[in-house]
Design a protein around this ligand. Structure first.
Ligand code: FES
Ligand SMILES: [Fe+2]
Length: 435
C-alpha cells in the first residue's frame, strides 16, 4: 500500500516530475523502425507526456524533435523532410536533428536571428528494430551490453502494444510471477509447434511437461527477489515432487523493463514506457539464442491481434476484451481468448487509468512489487537530490532469463548451467552473464 502522495509521486512522468526525471536518465523506446517504413520516414510520437516528431534523416540517422514549431506553434508532424532537417510548412523554418534552426527563409537575408533559436531535440539510437531516445540531461549513457542489444538482427524481433493505464501498473504485472498460474491458465495444453514465439506455450527446457500444465497444477511459487546489477532477479520455484523443481528466472531491468524467458530458445525484454500518465506502450525485443528468428511468422501472428498505426489491441477495453463466460468455464481462466497479452492488458487496465494504491492489500506473492517500489522511491529521491540513481544500466550484461526443471541436485546450479549451455550453442552470445 502507498500513501496518496507516494502514489502520485511514482505515477506522474511528465517533464520536471520526480519520476519523469528518473525515467529520463535511461534510454527509452520511442518507436519501432517499422513505423518509419514508407516514403516519408516520420512519425508523431508522444513520450513521457511530451509531443515529439521522430524522423529518419537523409544520412540514415534518427532525430527526435519537438512537435510544436518554436515560431508560432504549427505541427511539425506535417513537416517537410528536406535540406538536412525538418522544415515547418507554415513559414519554412528549417530545424536539424540537434535542435538548431538552420534557416528562416522569410526573415531578412542578412538576419542571424536563426542562430538564437533552440528547438527541443533528443539523441536517438536504433537497435534491433526499436529507436531509443534519451530525454535526460547531459550526455546519454551507453546502451547497455544486454543480450537484446548485442544479438544480431537475424536473432531479434521487435513489436509493441498499447495499454490504457499508467506505466507502473504495467510494470507491476510484469514482475508478478504468481499471476501466470491464474491469469494465463489454459485448461488444455496446445501443441508447442503451432504456437511459435508465444509465451507459456513451449515445453519447459529439459522436460516433457508443457509449461501451461506446470503453471496450472502448481499455483504457489516460492518467490525469491535478489538485487542484481540491472535491478532484481526474480526466482519462482515450483516443487514438482519426484519430477524435480520448476525454476523460472525473470528480471526487473530498472526502472521500467522486464526480461523474461519466452520459450526454450527465446527471451523477451519488454519496456513499459509512458505515453502520458494514463496510457503506455509495451515495447518488446524478442531475442533468440540459437535459431534465427522467423520474423514473418512473429509479425503476422501479432498483426492479427493489433490495429495499426496505434498498435491498439483488437480485443481490449472497448470490446470487453472479448470476454466470453462460456469460454471462461471450459477453456481459459479469463474467458478472454488464447492471447496472453489480452489477459495482461485486462490486468493492467482494469484497476483504472491510475490505480489507487491506497486501497490495495498486498500479499506474499507481491514480494517483487514491494521491493521495486522501495528501489523506485529511493532512486526518485536520489535524482531529485541531484544524485545518480542506485541502479544504472551502463555495465549490465545478460540478464539471465530461463525456464527450466531441475531434476536433481542444486537448482541454483541447474538454471545457471541451462543458461550457459544455451549460450554455448548460440552463434552470438557470450557466457559472461553467468559470472
Ligand atoms: S510556425 Fe513554423 S515556421 Fe512559422
Ligand atoms: Fe502476464
Amino acid at each position: 500500500m502507498l500513501t496518496a502522495e507516494q502514489n502520485e509521486r511514482v505515477t506522474r512522468t511528465g517533464p520536471e516530475t520526480p519520476t519523469g526525471s528518473l525515467l529520463r536518465r535511461y534510454w527509452q523506446p520511442a518507436a519501432l523502425v517499422d513505423e518509419l517504413a514508407g516514403e516519408r520516414p516520420a512519425v508523431a510520437v508522444r513520450l513521457l507526456g511530451e509531443d515529439l516528431v521522430l524522423y529518419r534523416d537523409e544520412g540514415g540517422g534518427y532525430a527526435l524533435v519537438g512537435r510544436r514549431c518554436p515560431h508560432r506553434g504549427a505541427d511539425l508532424a506535417y513537416g517537410r523532410l528536406e535540406d538536412g532537417g525538418l522544415r515547418c510548412p507554415f513559414h519554412g523554418w528549417l530545424f536539424d536533428g540537434k535542435g538548431a534552426c538552420l534557416e528562416q527563409p522569410a526573415e531578412p537575408a542578412d538576419s542571424d536571428f536563426h542562430t538564437t533559436i533552440r528547438h527541443t531535440a533528443y539523441p536517438c539510437v536504433e537497435r534491433n528494430g526499436i529507436v531509443f531516445a534519451y530525454l535526460g540531461p547531459g550526455a546519454p549513457p551507453p546502451l547497455p551490453g544486454m543480450d537484446c542489444f548485442v544479438a544480431p538482427d537475424s536473432h531479434s524481433f521487435a513489436f509493441k502494444g498499447l495499454m490504457e493505464a499508467n506505466w507502473l501498473q504495467a510494470l507491476e504485472v510484469g514482475i508478478d510471477p504468481a499471476h501466470a498460474s491464474f491469469l494465463h491458465r489454459f485448461f488444455e495444453d496446445g501443441d508447442p509447434a503451432a504456437t511459435y514465439g508465444r509465451q507459456f506455450r513451449d515445453r519447459t527446457d529439459g522436460a516433457e511437461i508443457p509449461v501451461t500444465r506446470l503453471l496450472r497444477e502448481h499455483t504457489r511459487p516460492d518467490i525469491g527477489v535478489d538485487p542484481a546489477d540491472h535491478g532484481f532477479r526474480i526466482t519462482s520455484r515450483r516443487d514438482l515432487g519426484n519430477q524435480g523443481t520448476h525454476v523460472r528466472i525473470t528480471n526487473l531491468v530498472f526502472p521500467n523493463a522486464i526480461c523474461i524467458p519466452l520459450s526454450t530458445d527465446m527471451v523477451l525484454t519488454q519496456w513499459h514506457v509512458p505515453i502520458d500518465d494514463v496510457t503506455c506502450y509495451w515495447y518488446g525485443l524478442f531475442t533468440a539464442f540459437e535459431q534465427a528468428v522467423d520474423k514473418e511468422t512473429m509479425r503476422a501472428a501479432r498483426l492479427e491481434l493489433y490495429d495499426l498505426p496505434d498498435y491498439r489491441p483488437k480485443r481490449g477495453k472497448h470490446n470487453n476484451y472479448g470476454y466470453d463466460p462460456a469460454e471462461q468455464k471450459t477453456q481459459t481462466f479469463t474467458g478472454m481468448g488464447m492471447d496472453i497479452n489480452v489477459h495482461d492488458n485486462w490486468a493492467v487496465e482494469s484497476p483504472g487509468p491510475i490505480h489507487d494504491r491506497t486501497t490495495e492489500t498486498l500479499g506474499t506473492t507481491d514480494k517483487a512489487i514491494i521491493a521495486n517500489r522501495r528501489l523506485l522511491m529511493q532512486a526518485i529521491d536520489a535524482v531529485a537530490a541531484g544524485k545518480a540513481p542506485a541502479v544504472t544500466l551502463d555495465d549490465v550484461s545478460g540478464p539471465v532469463a530461463v525456464d527450466t526443471i531441475a531434476t536433481a541436485g542444486d537448482w541454483q546450479a541447474h538454471w545457471k548451467q541451462t543458461d550457459r549451455a544455451r549460450r554455448d550453442r548460440s552463434p552470438w552470445a557470450k557466457s559472461e552473464a553467468n559470472k
